[in-house]
Design a protein around this ligand. Structure first.
Ligand SMILES: [Ca+2]
Ligand SMILES: [Ca+2]
Ligand SMILES: [Fe+2]
Length: 492
């Protein structure tokens, strides 16, 4: 019926235009429109870190639950409602072909929370919407926070293991239509004809083994060689989005990121969707020769202000990927939740955390008496930190005048080496990697890139080796990996 209308419209178009129109052009236009109808653009939704906690795990409200929520950036108390709302939007309004979720699906890997997530994803699947997930650092293995809350007490609950996760998400990346890498939950599949998705498992500490990297590169290069488009996803960011982040924020970025970035770019990957840091940012970086680039689209947590997600379009001929960013600002049947409410929750959580950190540092360096004397400065610093994180979470930070904030941080800058550069880089939305021509300033909310396959993609870039005193080859990237120490177990 639609086609008939289109055909009639095109027949009368020259008359309507009252002009002499070349018939050949009309035929071309008709073909184009009919072709477009046959092959519409592909729509995707990308979200991250929904950290769903099954409502059943809150047996009764009380001290245990209140103290868990205190100082949390994540609104875990809203996790099920926000996820429900996201799924409802996907099902009823967005209607994409494919949904990608870049890890930290659950609060702390509880099997009950995973069951809640997959029950919701089943609703999408029954509507013909495909979903692919990867695990994050919170989604499996022992975790002291994997508990149920009952008044003042907590009880440990069953958590997912790798095998359990793969079974649970068999319809969402881990089924027979995917190729699996043997040593991790990494996989490759072709959910839409000609578009290959590689889900990379960066483990609980943001680590990739050389076996996994080699496997990923091999799959990417093969797909490029067949003229297919490749996109990747991984929980931990690939690129340090701000200067010194990899030094000051433990497990912020995947280990050995310089080497992995180089390998993925050379294998033909141009875009990778990531999560973990809970604030959205898009950054790009280059291969060592600065001849090819990769975009790391880092998406914030669905359960932290501004509760954002990405709407992605891939052109019908698969040559272009473009994305915009949207937010959840209200929930049906909830009068309290709003964008301002979420903002206030994030602000007060950050302020509290920084205040505690500053007090602990001052106590250690100067003594506890100084905490009272410096109360005003501590308040100023912690407010400024919360303001800064809000600006960072909203993205495109350079649009806001942050000179007052920078001034308030002076105390911290003096105490923590490298923090000034990190803060400047964050608030100017600029990551100067230290090499001319490699600086990055990328819009955080909108992106448009060419997806044309790399015709000279490498299956696994040769590892640069140098000879040690005994004449044995020394693998550089492993040396680098050894240097990247995880200072403390970061559980964001
Ligand atoms: Ca940014
Ligand atoms: Ca950016
Ligand atoms: Fe997370």
């Amino acid at each position: 019926m639609k086609r008939l209308r289109l055909f009639i419209l095109l027949m009368f178009l020259p008359l309507m235009m009252k002009a002499s129109v070349n018939v050949q052009n009309i035929v071309l236009l008709a073909n184009y429109l009919l072709e477009k109808e046959k092959h519409p653009d592909l729509k995707m939704v990308v979200l991250s870190d929904p950290h769903v906690m099954a409502p059943k795990l809150l047996i009764s409200d009380g001290e245990a639950w209140t103290s868990y929520l205190y100082g949390q950036r994540k609104m875990v108390d809203y996790s099920a409602s926000l996820f429900d709302e996201m799924v409802s939007r996907i099902k009823n309004d967005l209607r994409p072909n494919l949904v990608l979720i870049t890890g930290d699906l659950t609060k702390d890997g509880e099997q009950l929370s995973h069951a809640y997530v997959t029950a919701k994803l089943d609703e999408l699947r029954s509507e013909g919407i495909q979903v692919l997930v990867i695990p994050g650092n919170h989604d499996r293995d022992a975790n002291p926070n994997a508990v149920s809350y009952d008044g003042a007490g907590t009880t440990a609950v069953e958590v997912a293991t790798n095998d359990w996760f793969a079974d649970q998400y068999a319809n969402y990346g881990y089924g027979p239509s995917s190729e699996r890498e043997a040593t991790s939950l990494t996989y490759a599949c072709e959910p839409l004809k000609g578009l290959v998705v590689i889900g990379i498992d960066s483990g609980t500490n943001g680590e990739l083994s050389s076996t996994t990297i080699e496997w990923v590169c091999d799959k990417a290069q093969k797909a490029c060689g067949e003229g297919k488009r490749v996109i990747a996803m991984m929980h931990h960011p690939l690129i340090p989005h701000v200067t010194n982040a990899e030094k000051l924020v433990s497990t912020y970025v995947v280990n050995d990121h310089d080497y992995i970035r180089q390998a993925l770019i050379e294998a033909g990957i141009k875009v990778i969707f990531t999560g973990h840091f809970h604030t959205s940012d898009i950054a790009k970086d280059f291969n060592d020769g600065l001849t090819k680039e990769i975009y790391d689209v880092n998406t914030g947590s669905l359960i932290s202000y501004p509760c954002d997600y990405r709407e992605v379009t891939v052109s019908s001929d698969l040559t272009e990927l473009s994305l915009t960013t949207a937010h959840i600002t209200s929930l049906p049947n909830d009068d309290i939740f709003s964008s301002d409410y979420a903002k206030e929750r994030l602000h007060s959580a950050i302020k509290q955390k920084v205040k505690e950190m500053a007090e602990a540092m001052i106590k250690k360096e100067v003594g506890s008496l100084a905490i009272k004397l410096m109360a005003k400065q501590i308040d100023e610093v912690s407010t400024a930190a919360a303001d800064a994180l809000i600006i960072h979470a909203e993205g495109n930070e350079w649009k806001v005048d942050t000179s007052d904030i920078m001034e308030s941080f002076d105390l911290i800058f003096k105490m923590v080496e490298g923090s000034r550069e990190m803060c400047e880089s964050m608030l100017e939305d600029k990551a100067p990697y230290g090499i001319e021509g490699r600086e990055n300033v990328t819009d955080d909310l909108n992106l448009s890139i060419s997806l044309d396959p790399d015709t000279d993609a490498q299956s696994f870039i040769p590892i640069e080796t140098e000879l040690d005193a005994d004449g044995n080859g020394v693998v550089n990237h492993q040396d680098i990996a050894a240097l990247v120490e995880i200072i403390m177990n970061h559980h964001e």
